[in-house]
Write a protein that binds this ligand. Structure first.
Ligand code: C2E
Ligand code: MG
Ligand code: MG
Length: 432
């Protein structure tokens, strides 16, 4: 560390306080070949304090200051921001992100290893976000914001300890910050679109139903797919509004088909974990469906295992209520995560939807096919229907049929279609 005179020091770590770090930041950075700024903290420091107490907590902070700053010859300036959050300015010798990322990861691993040996009851993981300082950077606040973003990105990643703020990450943050306002505007303008993907029976090669999938028509006329907005809507809680709207669009469409004397078929719609935690959500959608006069057996709610993460008894009670009213329930994405069979056994569902990833994996080997056949047989024995998602080829269709599955959904028959295109193609309705 460069020795600076007259700086104020933090009592615990003896590092400069943040204000003085900021004051000396640019003068120091300018002297370095490739200045890298990194934010460092411990992912689970809270538990450390709970288990080992504050005095040991302070000892660990001092060890961090020694390891990452005083004993690290590449560290030129550092400060403790607050708690276990440190900021360090490091000199890199090449502008190569991968190289310095690996060096930082080694330093983090060494620290964790030593700390875990000394304090074995808590697994210490370091969270490090880093950024290459450029000549154009003039504001310390925006530099520190970038470090924070990189740290945030790394927070839940227990495999790696270092994330760099890159142009890609910058792009992602920009997109994310636009998604929620874009969705709210689309909701208001009626630009949430109902797409339907058909489900087919293999033996009769006949349409047996469809899944409702959301799309957003953006202002430039592009169609946005759920991968772009669903995860962020889930994070922000706005997913409830999407699901409410999708059900509304679906039941109004069904009402229109009834008016045109089209024979209804089952359409499934995706529900989210948050829908079950939102008071009044089920009452609202049931009212909407009743007002449109849609018989409940034509609506199926698709649930993923995340629905069962919290308040299991209450969620099961709500699902039983839906089923008692006559709605169908399906378990979506079976085999894509860590579905536990005890939960499946408890869930009052009608259909198990096997995820594409599981289907593909199973079909690769004879053993996989045997596992699939046995699972299908078991589910059918306890009165579940089974459906395979993501079937793209005739071979895949033949293989899942041989395993005992007669219902499929996938690009082999069709991709999700705008509801009007779907109606024209499958129901013979001419929209023009
Ligand atoms: P999901 O419910 O498992 O929906 C099936 C996804 O698989 C759809 O993606 C569909 O386009 C895709 N797919 C269908 N056939 C094939 C195939 O043959 N090959 C491949 N590779 N993929 C196929 P999509 O429409 O992008 O939806 C993705 C996910 O977003 C959905 O997965 C669902 O979890 C979520 N989602 C979509 N709409 C809604 C919604 O209105 N509400 C909620 N809560 N989630 C939604
Ligand atoms: Mg689904
Ligand atoms: Mg699925």
């Amino acid at each position: 560390m460069i020795q600076l005179s007259g700086v104020r020091k933090d009592n615990i770590t003896h590092l400069p306080i943040l204000e003085d770090f900021q004051k000396h930041f640019f003068i120091t950075a300018r002297r370095l070949r490739y200045p890298v700024i990194a934010g460092i903290n411990i992912k689970n420091f809270k538990y450390f304090n709970q288990i080992y107490g504050f005095e040991n907590g302070n000892l660990l902070l001092k060890r961090m200051a020694d390891h990452f700053c005083f004993l690290n010859p590449d560290c030129k300036l550092a400060a403790r921001i607050y708690g276990d959050h440190f900021i360090v300015l490091i000199e890199a010798y090449t502008p190569d992100e991968v190289g310095i990322q690996e060096e930082l990861a080694i330093i983090c691993r060494e620290f964790s290893k030593e700390a875990n040996q000394e304090f074995p009851q808590v697994r210490i993981h370091i969270n490090c976000g880093a950024y290459f300082v450029c000549k154009q950077d003039k504001q310390i606040d925006s530099i520190m914001d970038r470090v924070r973003y990189a740290q945030k990105e790394n927070k839940d990643d227990y495999k790696s300890s270092v994330t760099f703020y890159t142009q890609e990450l910058e792009h992602k943050i920009l997109c994310e910050s636009r998604v929620i306002p874009m969705f709210e505007q689309a909701l208001e303008d009626g630009r949430i679109l109902l797409y339907l993907q058909p489900k087919f029976s293999i033996d009769e090669q006949k349409l047996i139903g469809a899944e409702a999938l959301a799309r957003i028509l953006d202002k430039d006329g592009d169609i946005l797919t759920p991968g772009y907005f669903v995860p962020l809507l889930e994070k922000s809680g706005m997913i409830i509004e999407l699901d409410r709207r999708m059900i509304h669009l679906l039941v109004n469409q069904m009402k229109e088909w009834l008016r045109q004397e089209i024979e209804l078929f089952v359409v499934s719609v995706n529900l989210s974990r948050l829908d079950f935690l939102e008071e009044g959500f089920l009452d609202d959608i049931i009212r909407d469906i009743d007002q449109a006069g849609i018989p409940k057996q034509f609506i199926e709610f698709e649930l993923t295992e995340t629905v069962f993460c919290e308040n299991l008894d209450e969620v099961i009670r709500q699902i039983e209520r839906l089923r008692a009213l006559g709605f169908r329930i399906s378990m979506d994405d079976f085999g894509s995560g860590f579905n536990s069979l005890d939960v499946i056994g408890m869930v009052p569902a009608d259909v198990i939807k096997f995820d594409r990833s599981f289907v593909l994996h199973s079909l690769k080997s004879k053993t996989g096919q045997e596992v699939m056949r046995s699972l299908m047989e078991m589910f059918q024995r306890i009165d579940f229907e089974v459906l395979c998602e993501g079937i793209e080829t005739k071979d895949e269709e033949a293989l899942v049929y041989a395993c005992g599955c007669n219902q499929i959904q996938g690009y082999l028959h069709d991709k999700p279609l705008d509801v009007h295109v779907f109606a024209e193609k499958y129901l013979g309705i001419n929209n023009s």
